[in-house]
Design a protein around this ligand. Structure first.
Ligand code: HEC
Ligand code: HEC
Ligand code: HEC
Ligand code: HEC
Ligand code: HEC
Ligand code: HEC
Ligand code: HEC
Ligand code: HEC
Length: 445
């Protein structure tokens, strides 16, 4: 027994040695020289790299970081010409499918944000240093280089999703595949997306956490087989979908996609939601992801509720609020500039914060975001802040008739707003008072 154990152990050593030789043989001479210094200067980084498939395939420091003469970010480094940034174009030499899909996605467009209202808010209302550590860490900067090829510290580091790289390519693969492991397991976790998709104006992470899906993820994250090469919803795991499941990973009938827009039938971040191009196809793509785990009646019911909700947000609040603000501008009550008057801010928060939260809550099954952080806040803003502010602005401008026009056109014409000018139905008010009396033994006016 003891003898065979010794053989087994020494055999294991030989095996490990042979495997290591096999791998080692694939490592290029250039990379060996990088390792000569970096194994002591950055041993943690080297460990990460050695734990992944790139090491096993013989793809090392030099294969990714090598640069050609004439490239703006080529820098001479201990006898080599290297670039610090390994751009999507560089990864695309070996991963063309992923790179093409990524470059065709909205993610790749996220660096062009300067000429937007958010851009104005960031640059002018806030300030450049805040844009660098805020906006650009999520959206990406235009990376500039200095004369020696090193990266301009005013524009780097960041791994913004739409970063414009010195070679002109857009995005960073390491926004999701954090270096230097570059694996699928890590990118399948919801926290990956949560660096950017959170907060008051796009709380997908928080919505997910409060959804049944997030609850199941928290309970069973160790049983989701995220390290498996093949990862199809309903086949390789069932307990919970992650962000990647619904937006990126394989489904029973679709492969992995790096274009995160291919399963979206709505744009839920615009002031007024619109259908996406070719939305029927995209809708069926998403339904196919759900169908890996749910029945089609269940999924159909979910989408009926989502579509009705988006219609409510659009027609009851977003379209009127947008047109009311335009009317105030056209009638000379407000200036045409942004963020110089209170109505501008109220309108901005109505769609950009409250209205997005509501729509994202509805789309990803977070009821508290759909209602309390969502439509409740939209309605409160619309009725108790935006309308009274519009009235006051009209009076201050000496044009009270403009407010009357607004009420006639947008409030009195829609029975859903009737209560705002005519009050609640007195019978209902009595019933509510009785309810509080019965339930809490308290008088509520
Ligand atoms: C002679 C030792 C040595 C060799 C050989 C070497 N490096 Fe380095 N490298 C370093 C040291 C030390 C640093 C860290 C410098 C610092 O901290 O300022 C560094 C930094 C880097 C950086 C970051 C540079 C930056 O501006 O942020 C990259 C990328 C890099 N090395 C890649 C490589 C690659 C790829 C190779 C092989 C082709 C290589 N290195 C070979 C010593 C070496
Ligand atoms: C699969 C491609 C790939 C391989 C292999 C690779 N790198 Fe990198 N490396 C990257 C990417 C991507 C970045 C991030 C640059 C960015 O986008 O800002 C990076 C960044 C770096 C940085 C700068 C980040 C910092 O924290 O200072 C250093 C240094 C570096 N790599 C060294 C190495 C060394 C040494 C090796 C070999 C052990 C290596 N890399 C192997 C892709 C690679
Ligand atoms: C925490 C990360 C983060 C920060 C900080 C951030 N954004 Fe965003 N931004 C996002 C995400 C994520 C979206 C997409 C939201 C969605 O689809 O629900 C987005 C959406 C946008 C859009 C809409 C794009 C479109 O296609 O409709 C603009 C414009 C924008 N951001 C500009 C800015 C500006 C300017 C700043 C700074 C003043 C900023 N953002 C700060 C993550 C961020
Ligand atoms: C928005 C996040 C995100 C970005 C950005 C991203 N990936 Fe991925 N990638 C993923 C996820 C999630 C998976 C795992 C999909 C699955 O479940 O199999 C993945 C898988 C992969 C795979 C394995 C594909 C397969 O079918 O086995 C490769 C290769 C890859 N990515 C390369 C890239 C490259 C190259 C880039 C940059 C052009 C990139 N990724 C950018 C999230 C991302
Ligand atoms: C020189 C070729 C080459 C380059 C450059 C390269 N890769 Fe890879 N990559 C490979 C090979 C080979 C594999 C492993 C074989 C496979 O399964 O595709 C791999 C695997 C992967 C995987 C899947 C790992 C897993 O766990 O299944 C990801 C993710 C990935 N690469 C991302 C990147 C990113 C991001 C870059 C650029 C920063 C990059 N690769 C650059 C060749 C390359
Ligand atoms: C580094 C920041 C960042 C990370 C990480 C990130 N995103 Fe995004 N995402 C954005 C920004 C910014 C936008 C808005 C882009 C625009 O329209 O300009 C966006 C847009 C999207 C969209 C809308 C696309 C469309 O076509 O309308 C989806 C869906 C999405 N992201 C899903 C994900 C998922 C899933 C992950 C994680 C696997 C993820 N994102 C990781 C920043 C990020
Ligand atoms: C159960 C599936 C599912 C999960 C899990 C999921 N989403 Fe979604 N997501 C959806 C659906 C459904 C929509 C709306 C689809 C449509 O437009 O038809 C959506 C829409 C989006 C949008 C588009 C918003 C816009 O502005 O148009 C983004 C961004 C997004 N999700 C990001 C995420 C992130 C980040 C996570 C994880 C924290 C996540 N999703 C988790 C199903 C999911
Ligand atoms: C990987 C499997 C998986 C995928 C994919 C998936 N779900 Fe789920 N879903 C579950 C599990 C497990 C539950 C928890 C059990 C339950 O409440 O029915 C759940 C719960 C739900 C609930 C909450 C039901 C309730 O009564 O609280 C809704 C709504 C839902 N899913 C919708 C969707 C939609 C829509 C999609 C696609 C966009 C989807 N799911 C994709 C596994 C999945």
């Amino acid at each position: 027994m003891k003898g065979s154990k010794i053989w087994f152990v020494s055999g294991l050593f030989v095996l490990v040695f042979l495997v290591a030789q096999g791998v080692d043989a694939k490592i290029s001479d250039e990379t060996r020289q990088c390792l000569g210094c970096h194994a002591t200067r950055m041993p943690g980084l080297v460990d990460q790299w050695q734990s992944g498939l790139h090491w096993q395939a013989g793809i090392g420091c030099y294969e990714c970081h090598q640069a050609q003469k004439g490239e703006p970010d080529a820098m001479s480094h201990n006898g080599f010409l290297v670039a610090t940034i390994v751009s999507p174009r560089d990864c695309g030499k070996c991963h063309p499918k992923e790179t093409q899909e990524q470059e065709a996605s909205h993610h790749a467009e996220a660096g062009n944000i300067l000429n937007t209202n958010d851009g104005l808010l960031g640059q002018t209302v806030g300030g450049e240093p805040a844009v660098a550590v805020g906006c650009r860490q999520c959206h990406g900067s235009v990376v500039k280089t200095l004369a020696d090829g090193t990266l301009d510290p005013a524009t780097w580091p960041n791994t913004g999703i739409g970063r414009i790289n010195p070679d002109g390519s857009k995005g960073t693969c390491s926004a999701c595949h954090v270096r230097h492991r570059f694996n699928k397991e890590q990118a399948r976790q919801p926290d990956v997306c949560g660096k950017c998709h959170l907060g008051p104006d796009h709380p997908q992470k928080e919505v997910y956490e409060e959804s049944k899906h997030g609850i199941m993820y928290a309970a069973y994250k160790d049983k989701l087989n995220t390290a498996k090469p093949k990862w199809v919803a309903g086949e390789d795991y069932f307990d919970a979908p992650t962000c990647a499941t619904c937006h990126i990973s394989a489904t029973p009938n679709q492969g992995v996609t790096h274009d995160v827009g291919t399963r979206l039938s709505w744009n839920l971040r615009a002031p007024i939601s619109k259908r996406t191009d070719n939305w029927e196809k995209k809708l069926s793509n998403m339904k196919d992801a759900c169908n890996g785990c749910h029945g089609s009646a269940f999924v159909g019911g979910f989408y009926k509720q989502l579509d009705d909700f988006v219609d409510l947000y659009n027609t009851k609040f977003a379209i009127p609020a947008t047109e009311i603000r335009s009317m105030l501008m056209d009638e000379g009550v407000l200036t045409k500039a942004n963020f110089d008057e209170k109505v501008d801010w109220l309108y901005w928060e109505l769609w950009h914060h409250e209205g997005r939260r509501a729509r994202h809550g509805a789309a990803m099954s977070g009821p508290d975001y759909a209602w309390w952080h969502g439509i409740y806040d939209v309605a409160k803003n619309f009725y108790t802040e935006m309308m009274p502010e519009a009235k006051e602005a009209c009076e201050k401008a000496g044009k009270p008739e403009v407010y009357e026009k607004i009420v006639a056109k947008y409030i009195d014409s829609d029975p859903r707003h009737e209560w705002f000018t005519k009050g609640f139905d007195p019978k209902k008010v009595e019933m509510i008072k009785k309810y509080y009396k019965d339930r809490y033994d308290q008088k509520v006016e």
